[in-house]
Structure formats: structure tokens, C-alpha cells
Design a protein around this ligand. Structure first.
Ligand code: ATP
Ligand code: MG
Length: 444
């Protein structure tokens, strides 16, 4: 892709309305455009990143046996009246009327709708467990939308729902998602810590928020630092192994402010291990038993002929918020350098040829390199504009391809000036460059 032909509307300066770095960068480099308060269009660069995140989230859901569906954004109020949440949910719910005067709403979450789908078809314990998920836009009429897509009104979320026959089986499902979340965030090159959380309007009795550390985060967190050293490698998709994994995490004090208790914190965590900071919630999982299945009468036949309400959990990941969260974690604001993790980078390599008015040889060399990289599925953006070198570097640093190639005036050598952003420039042959990038990609 040539920059001259791309739709990447870069601003010269930081937009003054943006208070945190993810919002600044996303506007600066044209990833999003606000269309009204808390509602955004996604432009090519931002959309590419979000779609890559979505795909990683999807793959990790599939790995634990969850099945993808797609529920609509618009829901009928009927099912919400059945569960009792139509009144309870309050002003965050966008309520609309259709031409027949029927009360509809733009879904803020999908417990009711998925329970309705489930009860229409599943009648026997033999069909359990069922793990269903979808990736769909949500609308919450947040009282104070801010920080760009971090807290907006229309946002993209993966939400999954589990249906089980008993508490024990339901915890097994819960733990599968617990593991899949750790793996998902790791592939995004983020360290997300599971923290005991309140269950809020979703209700229930077991819940974890997955939080990444960031000064600009809205959640206050209190943890034992040692939790950052835990690993999920080697965990098997089986009851005992998963239970042990969750226990391992739960051994360390780690809570958000709703659950914070000063005495407990000081008693359980040595002073040198105490960490009190802020973070961004990127995922949230809940176990809530029959909170919805009971009022909505979603039951299955048990072996002995009796019936039981299914035990449910729900599991959300903020797919669009993650775009901002990755920027918060990776953007060097002072030097204005972004480096996307290769797993979600909008481009793998940015090529910067130095172009003179009457000499196209650097651009020709860029085209040749692009041709070779493309064969190996390496995605390239070439700055083919005739701006000066330093402004081209600045621009490329904002776009955030993790690798850069610089082509100077002398273009006859086999060796290419190549660098991983943030590291020293090296002179390498094209096959060596391909090898480095492929190795990085394979790690994900
Ligand atoms: P928060 O405490 O941030 O309002 P929540 O507890 O209301 O989050 P959930 O209902 O658990 O969020 O939704 C699942 C995920 O969706 C959250 O972990 C978050 O990543 C994302 N999310 C929630 N609200 C928003 C929003 N207004 N804008 C962007 N992403 C959001
Ligand atoms: Mg909320």
C-alpha cells in the first residue's frame, strides 16, 4: 500500500480534545473519526487493528469449544421484562419504539436474548454444556463518554455465555474462559491480571475482571506484585488443571476498589509486594447460576426425569476498547513512537524511500522489496510521498508498523537498512529480513 493512496488522514499536531495517549494517537493517525458523542467511525488503520484483535479473540474462544453465533443489535423489551432487568438497567439502556409502537432496545448485553435462544431448542442435559459467543456492537448510553473508544457509547464486544447442568460443571466452563482470557491477552502482548470483582447489574456470585496496568485507567487496583510472574502455560483443558490455574491466581490478593479492604490488603500482602495503581478493564467474567434461567424458565431434563434450571455464566471482552488499551501499553508518547505487537499491527513493515524529484530509484527498490515480502504474506506500507525524510520518519513512527526499512540514495547494494522499532538499525539481506519477521509472527 502506498501512503499517497491510502486513507490515513494524519494530523500535524496532537488534537487538543484528547486527554489520554490512546485517544490522541487514534485521532492523530486517523484510526477513528467521531461521528457524535461517544460514537465513532473506524477508518482503515483502526479497523484493520480491531479486526485482527477480533480474530485472535475468536480463535481463543474456538479453542475452548465455544461456538460462534450472531445475535442482532436490536432486541425486544419482552425478554428483558421477563428477567426483570427492563426496569433495573436504567438510563444506560437506549430504548426505542418501532412503527407499531413496540418497545425495542439497542442491546447493552445479551443474557436475555441468548437464554431465549437456548430455551427454544435445548431440552436435555445430554446437550450440555453449551458455550455460545458472538462478537457484536453494543450500545450503552454512558453518562460521561470519554477517552475516545475507551469509554464510548457504541462499542464492539465479544460476549460469551455458558449453560451447564450443575454448579460444578458451570465452574468448569468458567475456568475454561478464565484460561482462554489469559491466552488471548498474552497473544495481544498484554499482561492482563484477573481480579476479584463485584458482579454489578449482571448479578451473581463469582466474577473476575481482567485488567491491564495503565496510569490513565479508570479502575483502581490493589495487588500483590507476585501475581505478574504467574504463567498459564501447560494448563490442560480439563477440570483439575483449570481449577488449579484459577486457584494459583486467587492465592494472591488482587482486587479492584469495590472489593478493596485495607486491613485485608495489609494482612495478606507484605509491604514490599504491595502494588496500588490504576488499570484498564479489558475483560470481565461472571458466574451467576440461575439468575436468568429461573425467571425465564430455561430448564433441561435431568437423568432421573426431573427438571432443573440451567446454570449460566457470561464472559465479555472489550474488542474495540482493546485497540486503545494496547496503545496505552505500547505508545511512547514523549518520542511519538508507536510499536504495534506484530499479532495486530496494521502493517508489518513500513518502507521509507528517499525520493528525489528526478530520481525514482529508491521507490523502485521499495517496490521490489515489497514484491518479495508480499510473497511471504508480509504486509507493507510504503511512503511514496515526496515529503522530507524526517517528516516521513515521524509519520511512520505514528503508524506503528513494528519494522521499518529505509532506502537511501545509494540503492545498488544487496544490503537493506532494516530496523525493529526501538532497536538499532541493521544492514541485512532480504531473506534475513523475511526470516526475522516470520519468526516473530510464528510466536503468535
Ligand atoms: P466498565 O466497568 O468499564 O463500565 P462493565 O463492567 O460495564 O465495564 P462489562 O459489562 O463486563 O463491562 O462488558 C465487558 C467489556 O466490555 C468490559 O470489560 C470492557 O472491556 C468493555 N466495555 C464496557 N463498557 C464499555 C464502553 N462504554 N466502551 C468501551 N468498552 C466497554
Ligand atoms: Mg459499565
Amino acid at each position: 500500500m502506498y501512503i499517497s493512496q491510502s486513507f490515513i488522514p494524519i494530523l500535524k499536531n496532537n488534537p487538543s480534545e484528547a486527554k489520554i495517549k490512546s485517544h490522541q494517537l487514534m485521532l492523530r493517525v486517523g484510526m477513528i473519526k467521531q461521528s457524535s458523542a461517544g460514537i465513532y467511525s473506524w477508518l482503515p488503520l483502526g479497523f484493520k487493528v480491531m479486526k485482527k484483535i477480533e480474530q485472535i479473540v475468536r480463535e481463543e474462544q474456538n479453542k475452548i469449544g465455544a461456538q460462534e453465533i450472531l445475535m442482532p443489535t436490536i432486541q425486544s423489551s419482552e425478554i428483558w421484562k421477563e428477567s426483570g432487568r427492563y426496569e433495573d438497567y436504567g438510563e444506560e439502556m437506549l430504548r426505542i419504539k418501532d412503527r407499531q409502537d413496540r418497545e425495542m432496545l439497542y442491546g447493552p448485553t445479551n443474557e436475555e436474548l441468548v437464554t431465549d435462544i437456548f430455551r427454544a431448542s435445548i431440552k436435555s442435559y445430554k446437550s450440555l454444556p453449551q458455550l455460545l459467543y458472538h462478537i457484536q456492537w453494543k450500545f450503552r448510553d454512558e453518562i460521561r463518554p470519554r477517552f475516545g473508544i475507551m469509554r464510548c457509547r457504541e462499542f464492539y464486544m465479544k460476549d460469551a455465555y455458558s449453560f451447564d447442568i450443575s454448579d460444578e460443571e458451570a465452574l468448569f466452563s468458567y475456568n475454561k474462559f478464565f484460561l482462554s482470557y489469559l491466552k488471548t491477552f498474552k497473544r495481544l502482548d498484554l499482561t492482563a491480571i484477573p481480579m476479584a470483582a463485584d458482579t454489578g447489574p449482571i448479578g451473581g456470585n463469582l466474577s473476575h475482571e481482567f485488567i491491564i496496568l495503565a496510569e490513565t485507567g479508570e479502575s483502581k487496583i490493589y495487588t500483590d506484585k507476585r501475581i505478574f510472574d504467574l504463567k498459564s502455560e501447560g494448563t490442560k483443558l480439563e477440570k483439575k488443571s483449570l481449577e488449579n490455574l484459577r486457584k494459583k491466581y486467587e492465592e494472591f490478593y488482587s482486587v479492584t476498589d469495590e472489593k478493596f479492604n485495607k486491613d485485608e490488603f495489609e494482612k495478606k500482602v507484605l509491604e514490599t509486594n504491595r502494588l496500588k495503581t490504576k488499570g484498564i478493564e479489558v475483560g470481565h467474567i461472571f458466574y451467576f447460576g440461575d439468575k436468568y434461567s429461573k425467571p425465564m424458565e430455561a430448564s433441561v431434563d435431568l437423568p432421573g426425569g426431573k427438571k432443573n434450571f440451567v446454570k449460566m455464566g457470561s464472559y465479555g471482552v472489550g474488542v474495540s476498547r482493546l485497540v486503545g488499551a494496547i496503545i496505552e501499553a505500547k505508545y511512547d508518547e514523549k518520542n511519538e513512537v508507536m510499536k504495534w505487537p506484530i499479532s495486530v499491527a496494521p502493517y508489518d513493515v513500513g518502507i521509507i524511500p528517499m525520493i528525489n524529484k528526478n530520481d525514482n530509484s529508491a521507490l523502485e527498490k521499495a517496490n521490489k522489496i515489497n514484491f518479495e515480502l508480499k510473497k511471504d504474506n508480509i504486509d507493507v506500507i510504503i511512503d511514496d510521498t515526496d515529503e522530507n525524510f524526517s517528516s516521513k520518519i515521524k509519520k511512520m513512527n505514528l503508524i506503528g508498523a513494528p519494522y521499518q526499512i529505509i532506502i537511501g540514495k545509494k540503492t545498488d547494494s544487496d544490503l537493506i537498512e532494516f530496523k525493529e522499532v526501538g532497536k538499532e538499525t541493521q544492514k541485512l539481506k532480504i531473506i534475513e529480513i523475511i526470516k526475522i519477521i516470520q519468526e516473530q509472527k510464528e510466536k503468535n
